[in-house]
Design a protein around this ligand. Structure first.
Ligand code: NZQ
Ligand code: ZN
Length: 386
């Protein structure tokens, strides 16, 4: 096992009715800015619950943070914060609202010029950030309990990530009941995103870390079992609770300590979203099966372990077990309603060229746990995903 330095300060309040706890966990004297997305929270009662809980607080609002949050929109919130002397942020929404709030928290106190540099330097320039909490409405990204954020600059079609210990949420409220109103597409997206987060930290090479492996396999198996139930029984609380907690644990850092990590699928996927506006999880469902097929030799030991422990595949030769495991995973993504080919989203060879060009532009040409996913290998992977 590799050395590691694990830090995760986010306070989690989990379960039905927990939004009422906002009254206690938001500092009483704070000048709060509540941030949200396109309005789903006004239709499903989450907005009213939050306002009720914060009725004794000073609260302003900023709505309209879009899926794949844009720098342009977020900078309008930064201006409002400065104008109104806001000193505490509350994100109410999915990964996009929480990621957007992380960027806003850092940008509002950024003193070194254009805050876009926060993204260009991957978070290294972040010296301070406003404190914030979140109310999660979409289990998927893990943003509610991690230090990462992914922001899009619409003008240039750049989708870049940053991370900083200064942007962990102070608290996150996870009430599974608020996820009953998710459209099926977002339920599927969330389960696939969480699944792929686990794979990015698990599907590499053995590192004498059997506990991390079994945590990862436990999450994969739970998502495989509970994900389809969330589609079939949208208001089953137990199912929603298990999906929600699985998605948080998939990317709160715990399963990735002491082990090699990949993340090539995410990096290629981000370019597909930036260029063609595919949902984040759609890009992952397209890229990961092909990524694993093309890189199966360097991932052989873990692919065989995945085949045996996650899909119960023990018969046949190694290559056929590996192919069967990848095919089962792909069928699972399709079962969750997420298509797994570029052509499924109306894209052709032109998209392959454009994504490879964007990877080169962003210097994402040495990806993966062995830094061997070059631009040319990404091309092969995308061609096989057509
Ligand atoms: O905007 P509103 O009206 O709220 O609607 C949203 C949005 O249209 C809707 N929604 C959310 N909760 C709902 C709901 N609709 C009904 N009922 C509810 N309870 O769902 C739509 C999608 O929301 P979004 O926040 O965009 O989805 P998600 O949580 O999947 O976040 C995706 C973003 O997170 C980034 C992605 O790149 C993408 O930009 N990621 C962030 C990561 C991180 N911070 O660690 C890691 C991930 O790999 C990912 O890259
Ligand atoms: Zn993801």
């Amino acid at each position: 096992m590799h050395n590691f330095d694990f830090y995760n300060p986010t306070h989690i309040l989990f379960g039905q009715g927990q939004i009422a706890q906002l009254a206690k966990v938001v500092p009483a004297q704070a000048r709060v800015l509540m941030l949200y997305g396109g309005g789903s929270i006004k239709q499903n009662g989450v907005y009213d619950q939050v306002k009720q809980a914060l009725s004794g607080h000073t609260v302003r609002e900023f709505g309209g943070i879009e899926p794949n949050p844009s720098y342009e929109t977020l900078m309008r919130a930064v201006a409002l914060i400065k104008q109104e002397n806001v000193d505490f942020l509350l994100a109410v929404g999915g990964g996009s609202v929480i990621d957007g709030t992380k960027f806003i928290a850092a940008a509002a106190v950024f003193e070194d010029g254009d805050p876009w540099q926060i993204l260009e330097k991957g978070g290294k320039l972040v010296k301070a950030a406003l404190p914030f909490g979140s109310v999660l409405t979409l289990p998927a990204t893990g943003s509610e309990m991690n230090s990462a954020s992914v922001i899009t600059r619409s003008a240039t079609q750049d989708k870049l990530a940053f991370a900083s210990r200064l942007v962990y949420p102070k608290f996150s409220i996870l009430d599974p009941a608020v996820t009953y109103t998710l459209p099926a597409r977002q339920v599927g997206n969330g389960v696939v995103d969480a699944f792929v987060h686990v794979m990015e930290q698990y599907m590499t090479y053995p590192a004498d870390a059997p506990l991390q492996d079994r945590f990862a396999e436990g999450l994969l198996l739970t998502l495989i079992e509970e994900g389809p139930k969330a589609l079939a029984q949208p208001d089953n609380y137990a199912v929603r609770a298990n999906v929600m907690w699985s998605a948080t644990l998939a990317l709160n850092g715990l399963i990735g300590v002491g082990v090699p990590q990949d993340w090539a699928t995410h990096m290629v996927g981000h370019e597909l979203t930036a260029l063609y506006n595919l949902d984040h999880a759609q890009t992952l469902a397209v890229v990961l099966p092909s990524m694993l097929r093309v890189r199966k030799d360097s991932k052989r030991a873990k692919l065989l372990q995945f085949a045996e422990r996650v899909w119960n595949l023990r018969d046949g030769d190694e290559d056929s077990r590996i192919e069967a495991a990848i095919a089962r995973m792909q069928a699972f993504f399709e079962q969750m309603g997420v298509k797994t080919t570029l052509s499924g989203y109306g894209l052709d060879r032109g998209a392959v060229d454009a994504v490879v060009e964007a990877l080169i532009k962003h210097q994402l040409v040495q990806l993966g746990e062995h830094r061997d996913v070059t631009a040319e290998l990404s091309r092969t992977i995308l061609e096989q995903a057509l």
